[in-house]
Design a protein around this ligand. Structure first.
Ligand code: HEC
Ligand code: HEC
Length: 290
């Protein structure tokens, strides 16, 4: 016995040492398992899974949208208008940094060159009113038009443009670069202060459309892939607690917009469609989750 110990030059020479060694070995394994479980539950279950995990993980990921986008603006919206880079970081970066939902990435001059060709006024109008998967004001109706304008200038100038930032918020002063600020000739201007009532301007004729058609036109950008915390179409786990709120709440959240723990649901998904169409789309999404 002692020969064997010497042969292998073991550091375990007494039963006590053996017990300590074995206990230590198990401790390491147990800690390893705990870490694995924590890792698996916190990182793998985003978008679905348990509510608490999802809310935490998702809230962390979309923090700029959920936290600063609203609280920051609420705190100082009436008087102090934010600079372009601040608005961008708080609201626009969520999509335009990553390219989420097909957003052109800031700094990607290739993706922007054709858009820049439309001219500043059109870009500004699209940012305020929304276009396709780009929600009106990036989904934050509390933003002042001028803040959106500054953010547009900030992001486009990083992407190959050289627009001039619109002038300071002197009332009735016409910003040099932004004629679309208060009035756009010919083009219908939606009531910017009332995001729940966008003019049905360039909206495709979908008033008779089925819920699925509305969904495909206005909701799939986020709800198809679960972008920005949107509950995925057909994801029962994500939808069941929402459905439990009842249709009235779901309709209201979809039509008027809704800031939840997971993210920002823009009014009507940023589209200009009748309320009835949004309800039909909600019905379609609810049915898909059953
Ligand atoms: C929820 C994601 C999202 C957020 C948040 C967002 N955008 Fe966008 N944005 C998009 C997408 C998607 C497009 C591309 C739309 C298309 O052309 O189909 C886009 C396009 C644009 C365009 C180009 C429009 C055009 O005519 O080509 C501008 C300008 C723009 N966004 C500005 C902003 C500004 C300013 C903010 C912040 C106030 C913002 N966006 C926040 C998704 C987003
Ligand atoms: C720009 C992304 C985006 C678009 C486009 C969008 N949604 Fe959402 N939607 C969200 C996000 C994010 C949430 C989750 C908000 C939360 O719970 O934090 C959500 C949640 C919802 C909910 C659940 C509300 C609740 O109370 O739980 C409904 C219903 C809904 N959306 C309907 C729609 C419909 C209908 C459309 C199309 C007309 C649409 N959405 C388009 C992002 C989007």
């Amino acid at each position: 016995m002692s020969d064997a110990h010497h042969e292998h030059d073991s550091i375990i020479r007494t039963p006590k040492q053996l017990i300590v060694a074995v206990a230590g070995f198990f401790l390491v394994i147990v800690i390893g398992i705990i870490l694995l479980v924590v890792f698996a539950t916190s990182d793998r279950l985003t978008g679905a899974g348990t509510k608490s995990q999802e809310a935490e993980a998702v809230a962390e990921r979309i923090q700029p949208l959920a936290e600063q986008g609203f609280t920051l603006v609420d705190a100082n919206a009436p008087k102090v208008l934010q600079a372009g880079n601040a608005v961008y970081a708080a609201v626009c970066a969520a999509c335009h940094d990553t390219g989420a939902a097909g957003a052109p990435k800031t700094g990607d001059t290739g993706a922007w060159s054709a858009r820049l060709g439309q001219g500043y006024d059109t870009l500004y109008k699209h940012a305020v009113e929304g276009i396709r998967a780009m929600p009106a004001k990036g989904g934050n109706p509390d933003l002042d038009d001028l803040e959106v304008a500054r953010a547009v200038v900030f992001m486009t100038n990083k992407s190959g443009a050289s627009f001039k930032e619109p002038a300071a918020p002197a009332p009735a002063a016409a910003p040099a670069a932004s004629t679309a600020d208060t009035a756009t000739p010919a083009a219908p201007v939606p009531a910017i202060a009332a995001p729940a009532q966008p003019a049905p301007a360039a909206a495709p004729a979908v008033s008779q459309a089925s819920g699925q058609n509305v969904y495909n036109a206005a909701c799939v950008a986020c709800h198809g892939a679960g972008v920005a915390g949107a509950p995925k179409l057909g994801d029962k786990a994500a939808w069941t607690p929402r459905i439990a709120q009842g249709n009235a709440i779901l309709y209201e959240h979809a039509i008027k917009g809704f800031q939840g723990k997971a993210g920002v649901m823009p009014p009507k998904g940023g589209a200009s469609v009748p309320d009835a169409d949004v309800k039909a789309a909600v019905d379609f999404m609810v049915a898909a989750a059953k």
